[in-house]
Structure formats: C-alpha cells, structure tokens
Design a protein around this ligand. Structure first.
Ligand code: SAM
Length: 249
C-alpha cells in the first residue's frame, strides 16, 4: 500500500527495510549510479534546477521545446522510460485520459511521477532500459518517451541508444512513435557555462555524455527505427522515430 505525507507527496520509504529490486541489483554499478541520483531531495528541486533553470540558461533548450514533443507525439497508450519527476507528462496536452506505463530503474521516481499524474490510468515497472523489458503492463504502446535518459547512461551513444531504442521498439505497436531528448557532449560552440556544468555532472556520475555525438545518435536511430528525425536546440538533441508500419500502410 502506497503511503502519502500530509502534503500529498508519497511518504519517504524506510530505506533500511527495503529489498532491492532484482532489475536494480542486476545493473552494473555505474548504470545504477545514473539512476540513484534521483533521491527525494533531488526530485523536490529537479523541476526548478534542471527543468527550468538549466534547460533555459545552461543547455539553451527551454522546457517548452520538450513539452512540444509531448504535445505532438504522446498518445493515450503511452510508455515513459526514465520518468524523473514526470514534469513533461504532467504538462502534456493529452487527447483524453491516458493509459501511461512508467518504467525506471529508480522506484522513487516511479512513485513521485505516478502520484503526480494520478488522474490518468498509471502503471509502473522497475526496469533497466539497457536490458530487454519484462512483460510491461499496457504493451504494446502507440507512443514512448525517453526524455533526458540516454545522457544518464554510461557507454558510447551509438551503443546505449541502440540498446534502449531497440528495447522500446520491441514494445511499440507497428507504426508506433518514440521521441526523446539527450544532452550531447560539448562541441565548438558550447558556451563555457555549459562546459563547466557538464564537467561537474560527469564527475559526479549524474551525466555520462562526454563522448555523445549527434552522429552516433543518428546512426542508432537509423539502425533501430524505420524512419526518424533528429534536431539540435542548444546542447540538446531532440529526436523522433517510428517502427515499421503494418503491412499495406
Ligand atoms: C534526467 S531524469 C529524466 C526525467 C524526465 N524524463 C525529463 O525529461 O525531465 C533521468 C531518469 O532516468 C532514470 N534512469 C537512469 N538510468 C536508467 C536506466 N539505466 N534504466 C531506466 N531508467 C534510468 C532515472 O532514474 C531518472 O528517472
């Protein structure tokens, strides 16, 4: 049974008594580190510090740009992988009450976001996005969001993106859409403030994107999806793609 604090937020779990989920246990320590950063305190400040301030003033890709991806592509049978605080899910313009499956390696983010979008039909699953997904409730999905997930995962971008997008594509219906965003490694035009922030967050194991290039992401999208688009706003790559349409369409 889910407990809630008096302010309506999910109550802090008693960590000492909590068993570790097998998907978390099986993940490599550096993969786990990319998800463990999102404790309750981090989640409480995430919307202000990352979604509003860093996106606008450090990465130069305001939250409204990412909101537009949701408005354009999210459907009422949606999978979200790497959910954070669920800011964009909460802001999206849905065509009706949606069935949304939340998948993440961190149970805090799942509880936080499930509570925030509870007016929809919400299911949750603890998954490592690098591993094939278990039977996800709600699959197959018509759309999937993977916003700001890839830069949290260690490894070369072409390999981690191919793994994550391959796992997502496997649970999409034919012609289903996947969309997302990821902060790229600094390029020649990256401002000093963004370089400094990237160095700091990579040192802390929160970001893993020092080698992440748009070319590698493009290659992974092309390898996994039937069609795709890729654009860059500030330091952020924004992508969409589709699985092959059903025969005869
Ligand atoms: C930066 S937050 C993204 C939040 C939200 N999607 C957004 O765009 O603001 C990254 C999320 O990915 C999750 N995550 C990190 N590594 C993961 C992995 N290997 N598998 C599944 N989720 C992971 C974290 O727990 C966190 O919820």
């Amino acid at each position: 049974m889910q407990r809630f604090s008096r302010r309506g937020r999910p109550a802090r779990p008693a960590h000492s008594a909590r068993p570790v989920h097998p998907a978390v246990d099986a993940a490599a320590p550096e993969v786990r580190a990319g998800a463990e950063a999102y404790g309750w305190a981090a989640l409480a400040f995430y919307d202000i510090s990352v979604t509003w301030l860093n996106n606008r003033y450090v990465w130069h890709c305001p939250a409204s740009v990412i909101n537009r991806q949701y408005d354009a592509h999210a459907t009422v049978r949606h999978l979200e992988v790497g959910v954070g605080t669920g800011y964009h899910l909460a802001r999206a313009r849905w065509s009706g009450r949606a069935a949304i499956t939340l998948a993440d390696l961190n149970e805090n983010t799942l509880r936080w976001t499930a509570r925030r979008i509870r007016h929809h039909e919400v299911r949750t699953a603890v998954v490592n996005a690098l591993e094939p997904f278990p039977d996800l409730p709600g699959a197959p999905f018509a759309s999937a969001g993977v916003g700001y997930l890839l830069h949290c995962i260690p490894g070369r971008l072409d390999e981690k993106a191919a793994a994550v997008l391959g796992n997502v594509a496997a649970v999409l219906e034919p012609g289903g859409v996947v969309f997302g965003s990821t902060i790229l490694a600094p390029g020649p035009e990256t401002p000093p403030r963004a370089r400094r922030m990237m160095r700091l967050l990579n040192r802390r194991g929160i970001l893993h994107n020092t080698e992440d290039t748009a070319a590698d992401l493009d290659r992974a999208l092309g390898a996994v999806l039937a069609e795709h688009t890729l654009a860059q706003v500030g330091e952020v790559a924004l992508f969409t793609g589709r699985t092959a349409a059903p025969e005869g369409r």
